[in-house]
Design a protein around this ligand. Sequence first.
Ligand SMILES: [Cu+2]
Length: 241
Amino acid sequence: MVTTREIATAVVTASLIFGAAALAQAYDGGEVKDGGTISGTVKFAGAPPARKTIEVTKDKEVCAKEKHLSFDLVVGPDKGIENAVVRLVDVKKGKKWASTKAELDQKGCVYRPHVTVVPAGGELNILNSDGILHNIHTYSKANPSINKAQPKFKKVLTEKFSKPEVIKVACDAHAWMGGWIVASEHPYIAVTDAKGAFSLKDVPAGTYKVEIWQETLGKSEKTVTVKAKEETKLNVELAKK
Ligand SMILES: [Cu+2]
């Protein structure tokens, strides 16, 4: 027979173990003095494919004002890849988030930006600038999936993603709409610009694993050593697998 006392001991032991695990995982954000910078570019190796033209089949008066091109792989003139995510892996201590809020707009029936970074547990304000019905549908595992209509009168939907995760977002009303929400526990994460450039600032001196991810090219990992007040260059090439 299991006594009440044994159950109580088991509960206390379990909570100590899980409590310790939770503490070990939590990111400690504060002030960073004498941090360094990791900056560089993510480029496409080889002949970049042309973006496909997307046919707008619905709500053309709003959605077809601009020509739609595919966003799954956007390569600039100098082979810079736009919308790749560069982030530190396993960083436990560093700077605070500049803001606990992020914004994602649905404009011209396109997600802007295509890849939205949000602090894990922070607020994501999802705007509907189009004044037509959109539907926010997220495909996630660590966080609960969202499947909510956003009618034209609903200008803002506010959502939270408590667990770090890369989440696909789509609209069931407009099949071509697709984007990504990246919930991160720490602020050492950047989305590359139209030239494929990125910068991670105020990184405490040390050696880090850096993960580079692009939705069609997958993940790759590099090791970078950051020195106080210095800039470390990281130039990455990604190729089709
Ligand atoms: Cu839509």
